[in-house]
Each structure stands twice: as C-alpha cells, then as structure tokens.
Design a binder for this molecule. Structure first.
Ligand code: HXC
Length: 255
C-alpha cells in the first residue's frame, strides 16, 4: 500500500513509517493520521521485528495535530478526532515489537503524544518537544495526560502541560521525556544501530517483556476520560481563540 503523506519502508525486518507533509512540518491531518494507522497495521501484519517512526526532513518529527483542520471542529467532531488519534497511539503502544520514535526537530502536541506512545525516544540535539496544547485552549488529547506523567512524574507533567512548555532536547532527556540525545548528524546512524540490535533479540521474549510492562500501566479509564474531556473543549471560546490566534500568527487573548 502507498499513501500520499506517509511512507512505509523496510530494511530487512525493520519497518520505518515516515510522516511526510513538509508544508505543515509533518502536522497530522485526517488523511495523514489514517495513513499512519494503516502503515502501522501493515508493518504489524508483515511481522516487523522493530518499528521506527519518523518525520521526513530535518525540521520536524511531527509538529502536532493540524491546527488549521481542528480550529472549527464542533464538540462531536473534536471527540471523533481525539478517538482517531487515540487509535493510532494505541496501535503504537500495543505494537508487538519494539518501537522507536526518531525525534529530529519539532515534536509538539500530538507529535509529542505519538513519540510517547513508542517504546523508545531518540532525540537530536536540536529537537524541541512538549505537550503545548494549553495555548490553543485544549488539552493533550491523544494520550498525553496519561503517558507524560508516567514518563516524567506527576508534578513535572503538570508543569509541562499547564505551561505548554517547549523543552529543548537536553532538558527533555534530563526529565525522562527523551531516552537519549545525539548530535543531529548522528541520529540516523544511532537509530539504525539501535534497531539492528533490537532486531537480533528473541522476538517472543521481547514481546513478553513489552506486554508485562504494559500490564502495569493498563489504565484504560484515564485514556477514556481524556478522550471525553478533550472533545468537550471544542467550541469553547478559549479553543476558538487559541487556534484562531495560531492561524492568524498572533498571541491568544483568553477569556
Ligand atoms: C498546522 C502547522 C502546524 C500545525 C506548523 N504548521 N505547525 N499547520 N498545524 N500543528 C505550519 C505553519 O502554519 C506554516 O504553514 C508551516 O507549517 C511552517 O510553520 P512556521 O510556523 O512558519 O515555522 P516556524 O516559524 O519554524 O515554527 C515552527 C513551529 C510553529 C514552532 C513548530 O509552526 C508552531 O508553533 N506550530 C504549532 C505547534 C503546536 O502547537 N502543536 C500542537 C498542536 S495541538 P504556512 O502555510 O504558514 O507556511 C495538538 C493536539 C493534539 O497537536 C491532541 C489531539 C488532537
């Protein structure tokens, strides 16, 4: 299968899903996130030993959900949009083999959330990452309210989400949001090396380890609560103001 804004490539048993929407810094619109879901499903069917997720180019992993698409959504549409992203994040989290996010450049909002749904996050020195949704009058809606606190702890996650912090790579590594940071021109080699090492490990034991770790975090209630709360913010004055301000390239003025 091929898609306009997503590629699925193979190097032996290692599958790489690349989000390729350079005009929007790889921001995810409906077409792109659906394609991403299909590419992940195909990699699963073809029994990838490792799944790598990346953005095309050096500027962005994924600059978030597409704000221009989201800005006029109604509450039910916002709800459906949240559920679509959740389904793809869950497909990453439950992928039966190890997953690696290549955070080379911007990873904001939904981009940060897709990275957090992967097992391992490798960042480049120039990466910027964070759950920045608050400045758009919404909350993380693709699992960030649940996955960020697990990675960085509750208070730090609250600071990051309440303030919409955009973290540089080194700070993100210190806080536990990135597992490692490498020079920009070394990230592809480092990810290839890590993926090759993982692909040599015993696949069933890896899957068992992943499943066992996931059991400790099987907090479906929190993810469902997030989905409902996220949808309910669409149509509020602050959501409209936050997203209009982005599109009009100005600071938001919240009520
Ligand atoms: C739509 C986006 C976008 C996004 C960038 N673009 N991010 N379009 N949705 N998330 C577009 C810009 O509008 C612009 O289009 C082009 O990409 C290049 O972006 P610039 O802003 O000109 O580049 P730069 O000055 O380098 O700034 C890059 C940036 C900034 C810092 C990443 O674009 C930015 O702050 N983007 C928004 C990041 C964000 O808030 N993400 C979270 C979204 S909410 P034009 O046409 O003008 O050239 C979210 C919610 C997920 O993800 C939860 C559930 C849905």
């Amino acid at each position: 299968m091929t898609w306009d804004t997503v590629d699925l490539e193979w190097s032996g048993d290692i599958a790489t899903v690349t989000v390729d929407r350079p005009e929007a810094l790889n921001a995810l619109n409906v077409e792109t996130i659906e394609a991403m879901g299909e590419a992940i499903a195909e990699a699963r069917t073809e029994e990838a030993r490792v799944l790598v997720v990346r953005g095309a180019g050096d500027d962005a992993f994924i600059a978030g959900a597409d704000i221009k698409y989201m800005k006029d959504l109604s509450t039910p549409e916002g709800q459906a949009w949240g559920e679509l992203g959740h389904s793809v994040a869950n497909a990453l989290e439950r992928f039966p083999a190890p997953t690696i996010a290549v955070v080379d450049g911007y990873a904001f909002g939904g981009g940060c959330e897709m990275a957090m749904a992967c097992d391992i996050r490798v960042g480049s020195e120039s990466a910027l990452i964070g759950n920045t949704e608050i400045d758009l009058g919404i909350i993380p809606g693709w699992g960030g309210t649940q996955r960020l606190p697990r990675l960085v702890g509750e208070e730090t996650a609250k600071r990051m989400i309440y303030l919409g912090q955009r973290l540089d790579a080194e700070t993100a590594r210190e806080e536990g949001l990135l597992g490692e940071v490498v020079p920009d021109d070394e990230i592809d080699d480092r990810v290839a090396e890590l993926a090759a090492e993982l692909a040599e490990k015993p696949a069933f034991a890896l899957q068992a380890a992943k499943d066992a770790i996931a059991q400790g975090y099987s907090d479906i209630g929190g993810l469902d609560y997030e989905k409902r709360t996220f949808g309910g913010l669409f149509g509020t004055p602050d959501q409209r103001e936050g997203m209009d301000a982005f599109v009009e390239n100005r600071e938001p003025d919240f009520e």
